[in-house]
Design a protein around this ligand. Structure first.
Ligand SMILES: Cc1cc2nc3c(=O)[nH]c(=O)nc-3n(C[C@H](O)[C@H](O)[C@H](O)COP(=O)(O)O)c2cc1C
Length: 224
């Protein structure tokens, strides 16, 4: 499965099979997370056992307490941390999908139950549920390209494709509170509007957008 196929197949999954992830798959994901951490100056930690990250009480209704594993998203507490977590975390989500796993970004979790220590100067931003889903999730409503993008001059095909892929990205409560703008000098700006975790969302949609423009041979990207 290519990364673009993974992007198109991915949906949030909240109900997981009682099946551990095999050693080899965990090792591949771990190595991938290490690369993301280096590039993004963040700390995405694979918790093979999610511990009490997902509360039996609070997450019972939506099933998340069945997730066997998690990616814990931590980093140095600076201005762009949430965006970097979104960008590289989504890269990891798509890699996990390529490995046959399912995921769900989770902003509402039990910080006390997370099995990874947060060091001085760091912040625990959120977590990603990980495991083999009982199903592969389902498609949901989406805003239109017109609602989330604009251009100062005629936008090229790669911009439109980038926006199309951004609309397939997960956002907190499916809020899709972002905007891409094609500027007259041929560059792109992106911003988040006010909303819970909208800065993480911005990083996530920027990653999807970058995959779209890269498919058209564009070299620019929001992060390295
Ligand atoms: C930053 C962020 C936080 C999220 N937090 C939660 C959460 O706490 N609980 C939950 O069930 N889903 C959570 N989600 C999943 C979204 O509800 C989901 O991505 C959205 O409804 C779009 O659906 P899709 O991922 O299937 O495309 C979160 C997603 C993101 C990106």
């Amino acid at each position: 499965m290519t990364e673009l196929e993974a992007l198109n197949n991915r949906h949030s999954v909240r109900s997981y099979r009682n099946r551990r992830i095999e050693r080899e798959t965990l090792d591949r994901l771990k190595a991938f997370l290490e690369e993301c951490n280096q590039k993004g100056s963040i700390r995405l930690e694979l918790a093979e056992d999610a511990g009490a990250t997902f509360s039996r009480f609070f997450h019972k209704g939506n099933g998340l307490s069945t997730a066997p594993s998690a990616i814990i998203c931590i980093g140095p507490d600076d201005e762009t941390l949430e965006e970097r977590i979104g960008y590289y975390g989504e890269k990891a989500v798509l890699f996990a999908q390529q490995l046959g796993l399912n995921t769900c970004w989770v902003g509402m979790f039990q910080a006390k139950g997370v099995p990874v220590a947060v060091r001085n100067g760091e912040r625990l931003v959120l977590v990603i549920a990980l495991g083999y889903g009982n199903d592969s999730g389902r498609s949901r409503k989406s805003k239109t390209a017109e609602q989330v993008s604009c251009s100062d001059t005629d936008a090229p095909e790669w911009f439109r494709y980038g926006v199309e892929l951004a609309l397939k990205a997960p956002t907190a409560m499916n809020q899709q509170k972002f905007e891409f703008r094609y500027l007259s000098d041929g560059t792109v700006s992106a911003k988040a509007f006010f909303g819970p975790f909208s800065k993480v969302d911005l990083g996530i949609v920027k990653y999807h957008f970058d995959l779209g423009r890269a498919a058209f041979g564009q070299k620019e990207s929001f992060f390295s």
